[in-house]
Design a protein around this ligand. Structure first.
Ligand code: BES
Ligand code: MN
Ligand code: ZN
Length: 486
């Protein structure tokens, strides 16, 4: 469902507010408006730490909520985002929430406002489309900033609206069950979103994919009763482009494992989220025009489900990809790399300045880095540094793993150019080495988001279910993109 939180920027506290978030640091004076001393606050377990809130009941007028901001002088986008998320959770049933959080921190107003909007909106997220009789109530957030900070706040609110709506869309897409979001439906959604957000869009069906030689996407699709789709999105900036960036997203709308069937555990039920990479690319690109991105960006969404059936990909089958390389299938559950291979091959053909793919690719990456951190690997440290910068600013953490060339031999095949799985160890690295075969000379980075694609329970600005991880990272990356060295 569409984002139900509307955000505005104001110079003073509006009259009709029904909750006011009052920032309180771990040190310094407690705002008089709250009517409580620091010792009274701490008696109630509130000491101003980031993430803490204390609701002060009142019999008339708006409810006051103390919002912890930690050390106001050391505030970062990440701490402001978390403070605003805590405010959203403390005021969940209020329709109009106001706060002067942006004015309370020594962080530039634009950055603070953007982070506050993101934290509040994303913490308010719920996937309710399939709950009968449940709709998300309309909520208004007003960010109050005064004097010299007002202008920055206005522009931060605009940005935050765009980035949080994009992440919201990515969450909605990933939370949608397989039968409600087939490859065809995902492509239809992409067409609608593209038209609404000023992107060019082209959809490729199985016939076109066959002509193009996309044997990886078609191979994975072979077991399905639903056809595959590839979606190509193009964002062209209005002035001269600062560079050309390609984004490729894994769009497996449901990953059963195929013939290498997954066990029916909780993880398997999350495999409706195996298109989280494609969702991140699509939703990130949908925000580029509003944010006046100066780089040209081309996106490829590689969409199909992965199913077992009489026609499904078999062990020992060999696929030929768009760039002519071949792979022998040793595990049909290693399907993400097969669909990405065609997307990356296509991406290199236009000789972009850099290319990034994003995929819920390996359980090995989840095992290595856990649910909070995505793996990043690639062929250009200078481009990976840009990715790390974007991750830092978006608070979507990544950690670089080595693209160890010595492990390439683990992919050797007796009959084809490579096999589609490595050995029992370093699964995130061997998966990336497989992808590297399709990136030619283009500086390339790969994001493995198998860990952070999902959270089991609400946590700060993450709301249970799909996280939309990577959406805001990709937006930031595109906005700050410069041609990398290889
Ligand atoms: N989509 C999965 C990876 C995944 C696992 C994502 C857990 C999110 C949470 C991927 O297609 C997969 O099945 N990978 C296999 C690869 C293996 C067969 C080499 C895996 O990680 O087990
Ligand atoms: Mn799989
Ligand atoms: Zn998968």
């Amino acid at each position: 469902m569409a984002n139900n939180v509307s955000v505005e920027s104001a110079r003073s506290i509006p009259k009709n507010a029904d909750a006011i978030g009052i920032p309180v640091g771990v040190t310094g004076t407690v705002p008089r408006q709250l009517g409580l001393s620091r010792s009274a606050l701490s008696e109630h377990g509130f000491d101003g730490k980031v993430g803490q809130t204390l609701v002060v009941p009142s019999s008339n007028g708006p409810t006051l909520v103390a919002v912890g901001i930690g050390d106001a002088r050391k505030a970062t986008a990440a701490t402001v985002r978390r403070s605003a998320a805590a405010l959203a959770r403390a005021t969940a049933r209020r329709s109009h929430v106001v706060t002067n959080l942006v004015d309370a921190v020594s962080l530039d107003a634009r950055t603070a406002a953007q982070a506050a909007v993101e934290g509040f909106v994303l913490a308010s997220y719920r996937y309710t489309d399939l709950k009968s009789g449940v709709t998300n109530p309309a909520i208004t957030l007003t960010l109050v900033a005064s004097g010299a900070r007002a202008k920055g706040c206005d522009s931060g609110v605009d940005r935050g609206r765009a980035t949080s709506s994009a992440a919201w869309t990515a969450r909605d897409l990933a939370n949608t069950p397989p039968a409600y979001l087939t490859a065809r439906m995902l492509a239809d959604r992409a067409v609608t979103l593209a038209k609404e957000s000023g992107l060019e869009v082209e959809v490729f069906d199985n016939d076109k994919l066959a002509v193009m030689g996309c044997g990886g996407l078609l191979g994975v699709n072979r077991g399905s009763t639903e056809p595959a789709r590839m979606v190509k999105l193009t964002y062209t900036p209005s002035g001269a482009a600062s560079g050309h960036l390609v984004m490729v997203g894994k769009g497996i709308t449901y990953d059963s494992g195929g013939i290498s069937l997954k066990p029916s555990d909780a993880m398997h039920a999350n495999m409706k989220m195996d298109m989280s990479g494609a969702a991140a690319v699509l939703s990130a690109m949908s925000a580029l025009k509003a944010l006046r991105c100066r780089a040209k960006v081309t996106g490829y969404l590689m969409c199909t489900d992965n199913r077992p059936s009489g026609s499904a990909l078999a062990m020992g089958d060999v696929l030929t990809f768009r760039n002519g390389k071949t792979a022998e299938i040793h595990n049909t559950d290693a399907e993400g790399r097969l669909v990405l291979a065609d997307g990356l091959s296509l991406g290199t053909e236009s000789k972009p300045d850099a290319m990034i793919d994003i995929a819920t690719l390996t359980g090995a990456c989840l095992a290595a880095l856990g649910t909070k951190i995505a793996g990043v690997l690639g062929t250009s440290d200078s481009f990976i540094d840009q990715v790390r910068g974007a991750a830092e600013r978006a608070d979507e953490p990544v950690w670089q793993l080595p693209l160890e060339r010595d492990y390439r031999r683990l992919l050797d095949s007796n009959v084809a150019d490579m096999r589609n799985i490595g050995g029992p160890y370093a699964g995130a690295i061997t998966a990336a080495l497989f992808l590297a075969e399709f990136t030619g000379e283009v500086p390339w980075a790969h994001l493995d988001i198998a860990g952070p694609m999902n959270v089991d329970g609400d946590d700060g600005w993450l709301s249970r279910g799909a996280t939309g991880f990577g959406t805001r990272l990709l937006i930031d990356l595109a906005l700050n993109f410069t041609k990398p060295r290889r």
